[in-house]
Design a protein around this ligand. Structure first.
Ligand code: 5AD
Ligand code: SF4
Length: 348
């Protein structure tokens, strides 16, 4: 196969995606990265959007095999922020000049329909912010109520598009259900985000190619590709982490295949490699999602250990990111950074 030709094709086959994901020669890999950067620049420009995450609860009713928040982890000290703390944190984020807040938690039904709706409504009343929800699989009526309350986007990663692996990782849950949730969310007007994890046990490069095609099929507004990191109180405690270079290739191929989609340089990537954020921004990413959860909660949201910046003061975060982003000739956006597909489907 001719690399240059493949990199400029309008549509890539699964075989071509696998070929790109397997590039190990340094020059070939750089060629791929440069093409992804070019596609990013064409479709997204030079702006980087920040999404400030508030981790409102680390309770979770699920038992995902890789995740430190899984219900069976009895060692984790659990917390729930109060609605007032969450709303206050959202305003701090807004005052930092960050225009999206992500409300994230494990699957925690104690935060019921009305409480989440109240929080969304209050945040939107007092600030010009986009609200993204990342609360796991919830009821279809709940998604509807939260949309009415003002939520703009929903983030629900598929983690793997291989149905067998999906059931192994997710305690016999079904990929089809996740797909139905994502489709419903899109149908009722949410901008939707999904994505996978790279380097999970049993996963092949073919599976990862299917993940990218799954994102294309779903016509996502945001696609996140992040490495797996082993977490001590889980069945995968002794598994090795995802490979940084493979993750970068997945992001690059993701950009080339998905084109006008938002792609974050993930915290997991930055955790494995100190330069991960910059590397990610240079291979197709245009989003950074800093954790702005206040102490003492942030330390307890232990999906995996030693998360990047976990001991830093959230108030210093934007300045630090700004220096990094400007060092590579990019700049922080002053807009909400809505879907680049808006117009193709409804806006919030
Ligand atoms: N390594 C990397 N990412 C993880 N997540 C959960 N566990 C891990 C892990 N061990 C990510 C998943 C999930 C989100 C809550 O965090 O993508 O969607
Ligand atoms: Fe819960 Fe999400 Fe972790 Fe699964 S990945 S255990 S749903 S917090």
């Amino acid at each position: 196969m001719n690399l240059d030709e493949i990199l400029h094709k309008e549509n890539l086959s699964k075989e071509e995606i696998v070929f790109l994901l397997n590039l190990t020669d340094k020059n070939d890999q750089q060629f791929l990265f440069d093409r992804a950067d070019e596609v990013r620049s064409k479709y997204c420009g030079n702006e980087v959007h920040l999404r400030g995450i508030i981790e409102l609860s680390n309770y979770c009713e699920q038992n995902c095999i890789y995740c430190g928040l899984r219900e069976d982890n009895k060692k984790l000290q659990r917390y729930r922020m109060t609605p007032e703390e969450i709303i206050e944190t959202a305003h701090v984020i807004s005052n930092l000049g960050i225009y999206t807040v992500v409300l994230q938690s494990g699957e925690d039904h104690q935060f019921d329909t009305a409480m989440i709706a109240y929080i969304i409504y209050e945040i939107k009343q007092k600030a010009e912010l986009a609200v993204t929800l990342s609360l796991g699989e919830r009821g279809f009526d709940e998604y509807r109520s939260w949309k009415m309350a003002g939520a703009d986007r929903y983030l629900l990663k598929h983690e793997t598009a291989n149905p067998k692996l999906y059931s192994i990782y997710h305690n016999k849950q079904r990929l089809d259900d996740r797909l139905a949730h994502l489709k419903f969310l899109k149908e009722i007007g949410y901008q939707i985000g999904s994505g996978n994890m790279i380097g999970l046990p049993l996963q092949t490069v073919e599976d990862i190619a299917d993940d990218i095609l799954f994102c294309k099929e779903l016509d996502l507004d945001m696609a996140a590709f992040g490495p797996f990191i082993s977490s001590p109180e889980t069945p995968y405690r002794s598994k090795s982490a995802g490979d940084v270079d493979l993750t970068l290739r997945v992001m690059a191929v993701g950009r080339i295949v998905l084109k006008q989609v938002h792609i974050p340089a993930t915290t997991a990537l930055a955790t494995l490699d100190d330069a991960g954020r910059i590397k990610g921004l240079n291979v197709g990413a245009n989003i950074i999602m800093p954790d702005l959860t206040p102490s003492p909660y942030r330390e307890r949201y232990q999906i995996y250990p030693d998360r990047k910046c976990i001991n830093d003061n959230p108030l210093n975060c934007k300045g630090c990111l700004q220096l990094q982003i400007e060092s590579i000739g990019r700049k922080i956006s002053n807009s909400r950074g809505d879907s680049m597909k808006i117009g193709e489907h409804s806006r919030a």
